[in-house]
Write a protein that binds this ligand. Structure first.
Ligand code: HEC
Ligand code: HEC
Length: 239
């Protein structure tokens, strides 16, 4: 069932891309201007039951547990800060962050307006995280730790926990391959909603530095209370 609905959705997404639905380019934006849907959603009390209803669409790619895939195609969303989820969703809807695969499924006609953003973000933020995310090669962890401490702590925190009130994402325990792709896109200017101070901070990073620091981050452990009891935990809401 899930496989079939996933294939149907993937086909729909491919069509949307072919038709150019995700191809419009938004003008260069200052980072986190907020306003509009983002501000609206942030101030709306999340209705978690509707959040689950909305999340059914998302689960086709991000999986019922919100754990994404270790191959990095789909990120883990579980445990991400609600503020970050709201900002990223609003950015993707506003074409301020390119995501042609997801774009058609994230639109108001698919999931609804600001209230739905608030609801689904509230639901996802409470999902327990994957205890066994994809990690890197493990070859340069000492370099990774050094680079992390010198360049990332002020925004992503000592242990990759992020800062919800500043929209700095939790990156601890995210799949390594997804981390590398985002880091590279942020460094090379491909992710348009990237934080300009982060871009400056990592401008001098070589590919070797990038692999080392992301490997280190993928192995950072989120607080125990945010993590699922085992890797075969299944989301009971989907049973
Ligand atoms: C057709 C597949 C698909 C569907 C359906 C989908 N997504 Fe995604 N989503 C993706 C992909 C692929 C990415 C990563 C894009 C990239 O690499 O930048 C992503 C990224 C995200 C991100 C950014 C995560 C981060 O760490 O920055 C959020 C938030 C998100 N999705 C939320 C949702 C929500 C909420 C829904 C349901 C309304 C949804 N997605 C439905 C494919 C999908
Ligand atoms: C000045 C603050 C700042 C610094 C320093 C910084 N970051 Fe970030 N980082 C951010 C913000 C803000 C975002 C989210 C950008 C957005 O709004 O889309 C982000 C996003 C990311 C992402 C993508 C997360 C996702 O879920 O898509 C990764 C990976 C990342 N940072 C890694 C790092 C690493 C590793 C370092 C150190 C080498 C670093 N960052 C330094 C602020 C910072």
């Amino acid at each position: 069932m899930k496989t079939k609905s996933f294939l149907t959705m993937a086909a729909a997404a491919a069509m949307a891309v072919a038709l150019g639905a995700g191809g419009a380019i938004a003008a260069g934006n200052a980072w986190n201007q907020g306003g509009g849907e983002q501000d609206e959603a942030l101030h709306l009390e999340p209705d978690l039951e509707n959040g689950l209803d909305v999340y059914e669409v998302c689960a086709a790619c991000h999986l019922p547990e919100g754990w994404g895939l270790p191959d990095g195609t789909f990120p883990q969303l579980a445990g991400q800060h609600r503020t970050v989820l709201i900002k990223q969703l609003a950015d993707i809807r506003a074409l301020n962050r390119d995501n042609p695969t997801m774009y058609p499924f994230a639109l108001p006609k698919s999931i609804g307006g600001a209230q739905s953003i608030s609801d689904v973000a509230g639901y996802i933020a409470k999902l327990p995280m994957n205890p066994e995310p994809g990690v890197g090669p493990g070859t340069d962890l000492a370099l990774g730790e050094k680079l992390y401490k010198e360049n990332c702590v002020r925004c992503h925190g000592e242990n990759g926990e992020g800062m919800p009130d500043k929209y700095f994402p939790r990156i601890q325990g995210q799949h390594y391959k997804y981390l590398v792709r985002q880091f590279e896109w942020i460094r090379d200017g491909k992710r348009r909603n990237a934080n300009p101070d982060m871009v400056k901070q990592i401008a001098g990073f070589s590919d070797k530095d990038m692999v080392a620091v992301m490997d280190y981050v993928s192995r950072q452990k989120p607080p125990k209370e945010l993590v699922a009891p085992s890797a075969d935990w299944e989301n009971p809401d989907f049973k």
